[in-house]
Design a protein around this ligand. Structure first.
Ligand SMILES: NC(=O)c1ccc[n+]([C@@H]2O[C@H](COP(=O)([O-])OP(=O)(O)OC[C@H]3O[C@@H](n4cnc5c(N)ncnc54)[C@H](O)[C@@H]3O)[C@@H](O)[C@H]2O)c1
Length: 259
């Protein structure tokens, strides 16, 4: 699918993966909606991109917020792409050092934000993309999800996160099968360790040394632009569908992650 003349909804568009993807899709000629909870981050990206980019303050767990942001995209051009690249709460060990169990509500919150909200974007995004006219080969658009390699080898403290991300991997094929008659593809990216603002307030050089050393090749953390490059390829390559693609330099997490 050609991106030029179409629109894309990017959840978490003010963050590392989201902003890089918005930049890339915008450069390829797409109109983009930056749907993010954080107004400052979202508006900074929109100011950088200029024409053809709008910010809509969005909580991805909320149906009316997501609908509003999708409508802003369809107002600009036919909606063809949704990207779920929002962040969420961190993890904890199931028992703390005193042997006390993690709160159940913390588990369900992680599932709500990472997994249920990704489904929320997929279902509402599919509804909006389905209203766009089919292109060549009957294609209408593509839904891009973000999992993690923690879906396959979650580390200590990642029971909830690993479950949420495995859920995203698990729903990729059934969603693609559901939406195939409409010409809507579904593809998930499972990143390894990328240098994004998710690693709050840490020195990037130290982070790269710490996390990059365990990556077989290239021996460094991933760059958000590399995620965005794959997102663009997923948009443009009609034969990618129903699959989760690891983007990790060959990294496999150990129990403590990449250390
Ligand atoms: N950075 C990595 O190494 C890495 C690796 C694997 C997977 N991932 C996944 O990629 C996704 C994006 O990660 P990132 O590193 O770009 O994070 P980030 O912190 O740089 O960006 C996340 C963005 O999501 C926004 N956000 C948070 N909650 C939201 C909500 N409820 N509604 C809308 N927006 C919300 C934040 O404001 C932020 O702008 C996450 O799902 C993360 O789990 C990241």
């Amino acid at each position: 699918m050609q991106l030029a003349g179409n629109s894309a909804f990017v959840a978490g568009g003010g963050g590392g993966f989201g902003a890089a993807t918005a930049r890339r899709l915008h450069a390829a000629g797409a109109k983009v909606v930056i749907a993010d909870l954080d107004e400052t981050r979202g508006k900074t990206v929109v100011e950088e991109l200029g024409d053809g980019a709008v910010f809509v303050r969005t909580d991805v767990t909320d149906e009316s917020d997501v609908r509003e942001a999708l409508a802003a995209a369809t107002d600009m051009a036919p909606l063809r792409v949704t990207v779920a690249a929002h962040g969420g709460p961190g993890g904890k060990r199931v028992l703390n050092k005193e042997g006390v169990a993690q709160n159940q509500s913390e588990f369900t919150r992680v599932i709500d934000v990472f997994l249920s909200a990704t489904f929320n974007i997929a279902r509402l995004g599919a509804e909006a993309i389905a209203a766009s006219e089919p292109l060549d080969d009957g294609e209408r658009g593509v839904i891009i999800n973000t999992a993690s390699i923690a879906a396959y080898e979650g580390t200590i403290g990642q029971a909830a996160y690993g479950a949420a991300k495995a859920g995203i991997v698990g729903m990729t094929l059934p969603l693609a099968r559901d939406l195939a008659p409409l010409g809507i593809r579904v593809v998930t990216i499972a990143p390894g360790t990328f240098l994004t603002p998710a690693f709050k307030n840490a020195d990037p050089v130290e982070l790269d040394k710490m996390w990059g050393a365990a990556v077989p090749f290239p021996k460094r953390m991933g760059r958000p632009a590399e995620y965005a490059q794959l997102a663009q390829q997923i948009c443009e390559n009609i034969y990618l569908n129903g699959e989760t693609i690891r983007l990790d330099g060959g990294l496999r997490f150990t129990p403590k992650g990449a250390k």
